[in-house]
Design a protein around this ligand. Structure first.
Ligand code: NOJ
Length: 563
């Protein structure tokens, strides 16, 4: 047993740590170091997330229509290793299993998305509604609620019905606004008695820029300098329309909330004493988060976007700006259509001013911003090449939201980190570090007065990571994609996140370090179990293949697939 005086020394130490952390609350000070021990406000909601195309699989089952991602991923050369989300985690068949993982984590909420073409195969409600699709989401929602897990439901996580792309050009076409509204209305009608948190769009920045500007994502169009702005314009209108539909037709009865989930990296000036860098960093954030948030909170695009794109359009000899405009009626219709703001945040960049010549052929969203992005080589980057761990950027971004948009209610809808390795690495110590530090910065932001109500770890499971296929794993749970049953295994971060959830924060240094130690200890034994299970299933596969073949000679490719 420790002597009494050791306890009091400990207490003093804890107090000193707390006090020094409390001084850190001026977020504009460049003090990134100290950790703040403390808890979140009572009722803070802890969750994990997923999206339909990334996890459900069953791409052509039970009457589901095709989405642009089904078609895009089946084209050769679009996705790493030509992988597809055809079966992914088979989440469609594993509702009960996955809800028990959430129970294990003691989650308060689960964020998932509805696949539009699973409900309405062509995307057009008057064509046909797929009852089996409705049944699937009914079952998922009921099962969550039976387990006291609140569903937070995204209507659009990138899987547009293919028919709408082919017939109308997808988000390039204003007709999407009404089709999307009909679909949303159907969701409110069928699920709104049980779902109280709706997110219209997930990360429309990616839909616009990667779908219609760079073409890295479905539908793979490269309409540089115009496509992204037009897509975003229609998405913002569609969001506003759905918010009004809910407000006028469903809110009184269902008493839910409708928001949007925006993603935003933080942009920090390279040189904080250089006015040009300060302005460039501000532009970076305005062209990212502000592009969508400013119309929704203030009725129009950020002034800096109007100025830069307008000026460059004139220099290019165009009669009007490549950035579309809202009419006065549209502005007031769009303004204020957000009951809560979802924030997806992963990383930060250093930003410096850089001028791009405004030739017509070189126009693009990226050159419109007149800036360059830099990273600090000391920042850890354990997974995706774009994802550097910079926890302090999170606090700054949250404070930016507070000051720019009148301190709205925020749910963090995505935050997490991937890993590059395809091997059976369950001891994800670096992910523990990422969650610990990012969640801590969020806690500091709450102490700064930012109105964050919930946090969603991204993601519950390893899953299809868009153009990266299965090569980047974001999950708290490891999924063995080589095994047909897609078994899930907890990584060490499950143990750690679970502790944060049940303590509603970080009680003190000793406990938090203990959680980490224990998490890493238990994962080494799970790692051995997983390795043994994988050897067993590889051997079983080889035997199955040998029995099914007349010849005992396996081709190199068959061997590769097995190993
Ligand atoms: C944001 C997207 O919404 C999500 O689907 C994706 O998995 C993460 N970024 C990580 O890239």
């Amino acid at each position: 047993m420790l002597p009494r005086c050791a306890f009091s020394v400990c207490h003093v130490l804890v107090l000193v740590l707390c006090l020094s952390a409390a001084e850190d609350f001026d977020w504009t000070k460049n003090n990134h170091g100290s950790f703040y021990y403390g808890t979140f406000p009572a009722g803070f909601s802890w969750g994990a997330g997923s999206s339909a195309y990334q996890t459900e699989g069953a791409w052509d089952k039970d009457g589901k229509g095709l989405s642009i991602w089904d078609v895009f991923s089946h084209k050769k050369g679009k996705i790493q290793q030509n992988e597809t989300g055809d079966s992914s985690c088979e989440g469609y068949y594993k509702v009960k299993d996955d809800v028990s993982l959430m129970k294990e984590l003691k989650l308060n909420h689960y964020r998932f998305s509805i696949s539009w073409p699973r409900l309405i195969p062509t995307g057009i409600k008057s064509d046909h509604i797929n009852e089996k699709g409705i049944q699937y989401y009914d079952e998922l929602i009921d099962h969550l609620l039976e387990n006291k897990i609140t569903p937070i439901v995204t209507l659009y996580h990138w899987d547009l019905p293919q028919v709408l792309q082919e017939k109308y050009g997808g988000w390039q076409n204003i007709s999407m606004v009404n089709y999307f509204n009909d679909y949303a209305n159907l969701c409110f009608e069928k699920f709104g008695n049980r779902v109280k948190y709706w997110i219209t769009f997930n990360n429309p920045w990616s839909v616009a820029v990667e779908g219609y500007e760079t073409g890295e994502h479905a539908p793979g169009l490269k309409m540089r300098g115009t496509g992204a702005y037009r897509a975003a314009h229609h998405i913002i209108k569609a969001h506003a329309k759905v918010w009004h539909t809910y407000d006028t037709q469903w809110r009184a009865k269902q008493k839910g909330l409708v928001g949007i989930s925006l993603s935003g990296d933080w942009g920090e000036p390279v040189d904080i004493s250089n006015q040009k860098d300060i302005e460039a960093a501000e532009r970076y954030v305005q062209f990212y988060l502000g592009w969508f948030a400013t119309p929704i909170f203030h009725g129009d695009y950020p002034q800096v976007m109007k100025d830069f794109i307008g000026r460059k359009s004139v220099q290019q000899g165009l009669g009007t700006s490549r950035l579309p405009t809202f009419s006065p009626q549209e502005k007031s219709y769009i303004k204020g259509t957000c009951d809560f703001l979802g924030i997806g945040h992963f990383t930060t960049r250093y930003i410096t001013q850089k001028n791009y010549p405004s030739g017509r052929s070189s126009s693009s969203y990226f050159t419109d911003r007149d800036l360059a992005e830099l990273v600090d080589p000391r920042w850890p980057d354990p997974g995706s090449e774009w994802l550097y761990s910079v926890p302090w950027g999170f606090r700054r971004l949250l404070n930016f939201v507070k000051t720019q948009y009148g301190n709205p209610m925020i749910y963090v809808t995505e935050n997490g980190v991937s890993e590059k390795m395809l091997c059976t690495e369950l001891c994800d110590d670096w992910r523990i570090q990422y969650y610990k530090d990012y969640i801590n910065e969020m806690l500091k932001a709450i102490k700064d007065g930012v109105n964050v109500k919930g946090y969603t770890a991204w993601s519950l499971l390893d899953k299809f990571e868009w153009d990266e296929g299965f090569s980047e794993r974001f999950g708290l749970y490891y999924v063995d994609f080589r095994n047909k049953n897609k078994p899930r295994y907890p990584k060490a971060s499950v143990q750690f996140y679970k502790r944060i959830v049940s303590s509603n924060g970080f009680p003190n240094q000793r406990e938090v370090e203990n959680w980490r130690r224990k998490a890493v200890e238990t994962c080494s034994s799970s790692n051995q179990l997983l390795a043994a299970e994988e050897q067993r299933s590889t051997a079983a596969n080889i035997l199955r293949l040998i029995h099914g073949k007349e010849s005992l000679v396996l081709t190199i490719n068959q061997m590769k697939n097995l190993i």
